[in-house]
Structures are given as structure tokens and as C-alpha cells.
Ligand binder design. Sequence first.
Ligand SMILES: C[S@@+](CC[C@H](N)C(=O)[O-])C[C@H]1O[C@@H](n2cnc3c(N)ncnc32)[C@H](O)[C@@H]1O
Length: 276
Amino acid sequence: MMEHIPVLLEPVMAFLHVEEGGVFVDCTTGTGGHSQAILRGGADLLIGFDLDIEQLVVAQRKLLKTGGRFILVKSNYAFVDRVVKVNVDGVLIDAGVSTYQMEESRGFSFRKGGVLDMRFNRETGEKAVEFINRTDVEELAEVLKNYGDLKHPYGIARRIKENKIRDVEELTGILRRTFRREKAHKEIAKVFQALRIKVNRELENLSNGVKGAYRILKRGGRLVVITYHSGEERVVLKTASDMGFNMLTKKPLRPDKKEFEKNPRSRSAKLRAFEK
Ligand SMILES: C[S@@+](CC[C@H](N)C(=O)[O-])C[C@H]1O[C@@H](n2cnc3c(N)ncnc32)[C@H](O)[C@@H]1O
């Protein structure tokens, strides 16, 4: 497996202040890039969540090498305050899909082919392909509009619903015939993003995760959130403000050119930090 650099690692570490020790929660452990840095940086205990057991298996192997103390939990971070019953010093949410998941044939990427699944947790819930074939044009168009920022959602939804979709290749084929050639890749990626957000209820989880983080943080504790599109950002800003978080980043922090050349997925990343 290729080693990936965790997104915006430097500001994550600067805002979390792990060098002072304490308990930290990584809501989206993935393969453990940020978690590893948090443990190496001086955390006394790291509690790592992920819905995807395969990510946690890789993370565990990596974190064992740090010699630090950690607990991995296969759970939705929306329930972070039901699982973590101690006050913590810092919480990290690095939302969305990991580079590893994008590289697998699980439906996250139109480039990889295979089953149109898209669930982070493959033990429960509806696959993207089941959603597409069950829903109607109106609902599908709403999903494309709200989670993919697509310009002509009804037209696209109608084209998709004219067919019975079985896998990534079939959906991609229809979309290639729908979009103008020069724009096709970008627009197809947006359709895939919208379906993934719907299938995993990502915005609802994000809102509950920010609320849960507030409840488990000590006074003065920090929440760092990395988002990848405008819908996520809106949810984070609104929920954090409703909860009474103090925002530490007036403008979101973005990766520099050097970082996104090394890791193209970081291109749209925006980091916000909050204090309780
Ligand atoms: C962008 S990746 C995190 C990468 C990680 N920061 C690293 O350094 O390797 C997001 C991860 O969050 C997980 N995830 C997404 N939504 C989740 C949720 N509601 N609860 C728990 N994990 C979730 C995904 O399975 C994925 O592994």
C-alpha cells in the first residue's frame, strides 16, 4: 500500500496542542495518519473512531508501532459522546472518504469500477445502487443538487432513472453520455460525491459529531475539522456556532501547492479550529 501524508498535518497538530499530553479523539481514524502523529506528538491516550473496519485494521498495525496508548472503536462518530465518557483535550474530524477507500473498487470512485456500494460500513444500510434503483427522479435530483452542487440535477436524474443500474461502469457510461466531454470527469465526480454523502448520511453525522465533540471536550479543549466541500463547511460552521464554540480560524486554512501536488485529494480541504 502506498503511504499517504495526512491532510494539513501541521495545522492539525498546532491547534490540538498534543505536546502537553492529555486525551484526544480522532473521529475519522482512517488508516491512522493523523492518529499516529497525535500519539507520537505526546498524547497520553488516543481514542480512534471509524465506521470502516478495514481502515481500522491498517490503523491498528501502524499505531502499535508508536508505543503509545490507544483504543480503536468501530462506530459512527455521530455517537462520540455516547461512547466517550471522559472529558477530553482535543477532537479531530477529517470528514469524508479516504484515499485508500477511493483506490478500492467499492463504488467511491468512477475510475475504479466494480460494485456501486459506497457505504463506509459495509455491514448495514443501503448501497448506492439500491438507493438509485429505489428512488424517484425528484429525490435523486434533490440529492444531486444539495450534495453535488450539480447545475442541471433534474436532467441528470432523469437520464439515470431511464436505466436499471447494476454497477459503477453502467452509471459512469450513462453519465459520460450526459455531460460534455471536456467537463465530464469533474461532473461525474460530483455525482459520485453526492451519492456517497446521501448513502452515508454524512451531513447529519457531521452535525451530530460536532455536537458530541462539544459535550466531551474540557473547557478550553479544541475541535479541529477538515471539510472537503461547501455543504460540509456550512454544517460545521452552523453547528459549532449553535453549540457556542469559539472559532479560532477566521479564514479556513488550505493546503499549499506543495501539499496538493503530493496529495491531489487535499486540493479542496479546508481546516477550521474551535475552542470550547
Ligand atoms: C478522510 S478519511 C480520514 C483519514 C485519516 N485522517 C488519516 O490520516 O488516515 C475519513 C475516514 O472517516 C471514516 N468515516 C466517515 N464517516 C464516518 C462516521 N460518520 N463515523 C466514523 N468514521 C467515519 C471513513 O471510513 C474514512 O476512513
